[in-house]
Ligand binder design. Sequence first.
Ligand code: SDX
Length: 392
Amino acid sequence: GNGYFTYDPGFVSTAACESKITYIDGNAGILLHGGYPIEQLAEQSDYLETCYLLLYGKLPNSTEKETFVNKVRMHTMVNDQMSTFFKGFRRDAHPMAIMCGVVGALSAFYHDSLDIADEKHREISAIRLIAKMPTLAAMTYKYTIGQPFMYPQNHLSYSENFLHMMFGNPCEPSNVNPVLAKAMDTIFLLHADHEQNASTSTVRLAGSTGANPFACISAGIAALWGPSHGGANEAVLNMLEEIGDESNVDACVARAKDKNDPFRLMGFGHRVYKNFDPRAKVMKQVADEVLGELGIDDPLLKVAKRLEQIALEDPYFVEKKLYPNVDFYSGIILKAIGIPTSMFTVIFALGRTPGWIAHWSEMHASASRIGRPRQLYTGPEQRDFVKLEDRD
Ligand code: SDX
C-alpha cells in the first residue's frame, strides 16, 4: 500500500518487531527513516516532512506537504475542557506526570467516535496527536510556572508555534528567535522514531489489544519517562551540572567504571548502537552551531566534550562499545533554547510521537494479532496446597 493506513497484502506481520518504517545498524551506527539517512534528513528536511515520511513511507511532494502541514495546523487546539485536567496537579508536579495524564485524557474526547479498522480514522488520529502534543506540552510548562496557557498561532511554523506557546505571554507580541526555532525543529526530527525501542514497543503492545491511540501514546510516554530511556536527557544535564567543570570529569568516569557503584554515565551506551549513535553526532554539531550563533559559552558543553573524549579513549568504554547516544548533547541545546531540565523528556515525547503513531498505524494496517510476549518459566514445579496449620 502507499503507507500504513492501507492494508498491504505483501506485508504480513509475523512478529511485533517486523516493520518498514526505520532501519538501524547498531554496529555501523546507521539510522534510516524510509531508507533516508538521519544525517541527510536533519540537514535537508524538516520535522513535519519527516513526520509525513514516517506515516506514509515516502517524502511528500509540494502539494502533499502543504496539505499535510495545513491539516496539522487545523488540529493544534485542544478541547477547552482539557485545561480543567491540569488544575488537579500540584504546580511542582513533574511535567511527565502531567503529560501521561492529559495525553491519556484525549481518549475521552475521541475514543467513542474512533473506528481503528478505518484507515481514515487512523490517519486523523495521527494528525491530531502530532498537532496537539506541542499544545499540551506547552500547557504543561505554563501550568508549572503559573502563567496562562497560550493559544497556538497557526501562521507560525510548527516549531515556532511551540516556542511561542512555551515562552510567549498574552502581554507581549509573539517573538520567536528563528535560530532557536530551527534548532528545536532539528531536535524534534532527531527524536522522531527509533525502531522497536522500549516506548515504541509499549505503544505497539498496547495498540495490539485494540486500545485507542491516545491511550497507547500515553502508555508510550510512561515508558519513555524512565532514566534508562527518554529520561536520560534530563539525567545527563543533572550529571553534567553535578560534575560542574572539567577538573571533575576523571572522578566521574572512575565512578562509572566501578562495578560496586550504581552510577552510570548518563547519555552513554545503547541496547543497539555499539558505535556512535548518528543522532548524537548531529546533536553535537547543532550544539556547537546554536551556542556559537547565540554567543553562549556554556561550561557544560566543555564538560560534555571532555567526558566524551575521555570515555572514547578509556579501555573500559571502548571494550564495552559505549558511545554517546541521542541524549548526551540534546540537553545542552534545550538549555540554550531556554527549556528547563524537567521538560527535557517531554520534548523527547513530543518528538517521538510520529514514530509511535506510525508504528501503531502500521500494525493496524496489517493483520496483526494481540501481542503476547512468551516467557521462560523458572518457578516451582506443580505441588499440592498446604493448610495454614500444616505450614512451618
Ligand atoms: C534511549 O532503544 C532505543 O533505541 C532507545 C533510544 C530511542 O531513541 O528510543 O535510543 C533512546 O533510550 C537512549 C539510551 C538513553 N539511556 C542512557 O543514556 C542511560 C545510560 N545508559 C545505560 O543505562 C545503558 O547503556 C542502556 C540502558 C542505554 C542500555 O542498557 P544495556 O543494553 O543493558 O547496557 P549495555 O549493553 O549498553 O552495557 C554493556 C555494559 C554493561 O556492563 P556489563 O554488565 O557487561 O559488565 O556496559 C555497562 C553495562 O553495565 N554500561 C555502562 C553504561 N551503559 C552500559 N557503564 C557505565 N555507564 C554507562 N552509561
